[in-house]
Design a protein around this ligand. Structure first.
Ligand code: UD1
Length: 340
């Protein structure tokens, strides 16, 4: 079994990827500092997989601690690097914290991987690198625009760092950059899902918490955008579909099938949905009436973005399997399980 270290493996996308890795015959090992995740995730993983997933309680900006993980784990085939802060608004308030954590952890990780002779990396990037694109859908060749937040800038910087490191003489690093669109939903077992600490920033956990009575109402961030119903358009992808893209990416690296030392793929459905469409679809999928109001635009939001996912389909054989309806139904099932 090939051992894959998963930084941020107790987080939302990380935990779903750990399940898919294990079920595809890999040996996932989690590295997480639990500042934005809960230890209870490990219990959910155990229930789904029927065994414990090894976990190192380590902050990836701590080089010595990370070195010790690689030493203890021995034969590591590759790393999937999720560990990062991801709240756009918070990044505006605390930019240094975002640069230190998101950029710092990547620099440390690459350094330690190089020392350990581990040359395969899958990096969690984001559609945020495109900024506000001139045309839609965005392909991997769509020029990136200035980021609209420090969070977005950390993802752009991390991509640049990977490219520069990979272009240096003697480079041993092979990387696949996955640019995620908007992950939503939860595992079909409802044993793992999104666990926002405090008030959720993202749309779907806010919706499910409102339906559950934890929040009074959802505020839709603007209805006068230049879109058919005036609300923002995003590409919502089920988290398990997104997780599966990592398995294909890892396998491609291990098989040395990549045609470049750094390859980039959009991971989305290829379809855009408006905030109002998500709200309406949630109401149908959950049978819950949602209390919502229209509010002002949120600073930094781009009006519309969705993926051209052709490259991932052609090269990775990637296709999404879960509809928006089923994704939202899974998010609701997860929310209900939390109440129990
Ligand atoms: C953002 C980032 C994305 C990042 C993700 C992680 C950008 C362009 N996108 O996604 O890269 O991976 O955060 O957190 O930087 N909305 C409401 N009311 C709410 C919450 C959200 O109307 O209470 C709307 C937003 O304005 C937006 C849509 O729902 O139009 C989705 O928002 P959200 O889930 O926060 O994701 P993004 O901002 O698209």
């Amino acid at each position: 079994m090939k051992k894959i270290l998963v930084t941020g493996g107790a987080g939302y996308i990380g935990s779903h990827t750990v399940v898919e890795l294990a079920q595809a015959g890999y040996e996932p090992v989690i590295i997480d500092d639990f500042v934005n995740s809960k230890e209870s995730v490990l219990g959910g993983l155990r229930e789904i997989l029927g065994h414990d997933v090894p976990c190192h309680h380590v902050d990836c900006t701590n080089a010595d601690a990370l070195r010790e993980v690689f030493r203890q784990e021995g034969d590591v085939a590759g790393v999937i690097h999720f560990a990062a802060f991801k709240a756009v608004g918070e990044s505006v308030q605390k930019p240094l914290m975002y640069f230190q954590n998101n950029v710092g952890s990547l620099l440390t990780l690459i350094q330690v991987m190089t020392e350990a002779g581990v040359g395969n990396l899958v990096f969690s990037s984001s559609c945020t690198v495109y900024g506000a694109p001139d045309s839609l859908p965005v392909t991997e060749a769509t020029p990136t625009k200035p980021a609209t937040s420090p969070y977005g800038r950390t993802k752009q910087m991390c991509e640049d760092i990977v490219h520069d490191v990979s272009a240096a003489p003697g480079n041993q690093l092979h990387t696949i950059l996955l640019r995620y669109f908007n992950p939503i939903g939860a595992h079909s077992s409802a044993k793992i899902g999104e666990l926002p600490l405090g008030v959720p920033n993202n749309l779907v956990p806010f919706i499910t918490q409102t339906a559950a009575g934890i929040r009074e109402k959802l505020t839709i961030n603007g209805d006068t955008y230049d879109t058919p119903d005036g609300t923002n358009i995003r590409d919502y992808i089920h988290v398990v579909d997104l997780a599966k893209a990592h398995i294909t990416a890892v396998q491609r690296l291990l098989d040395r099938k990549a045609t470049d030392v750094v390859e980039t793929f959009n991971i989305g459905t290829g379809h855009g949905n408006s905030v109002l469409e998500v709200v309406k679809t949630f109401e149908e999928a959950s049978g819950q009436k949602l209390n919502y109001v229209m509010g002002p635009p949120r600073p930094g939001d781009v009006p519309a973005i969705y993926a051209d996912a052709t490259k991932a389909a052609d090269i990775l054989g990637f296709k999404t399997e879960t509809s928006l309806f089923d994704s939202l139904a899974s998010a609701w099932k997860w929310q209900e399980s939390l109440g129990k």
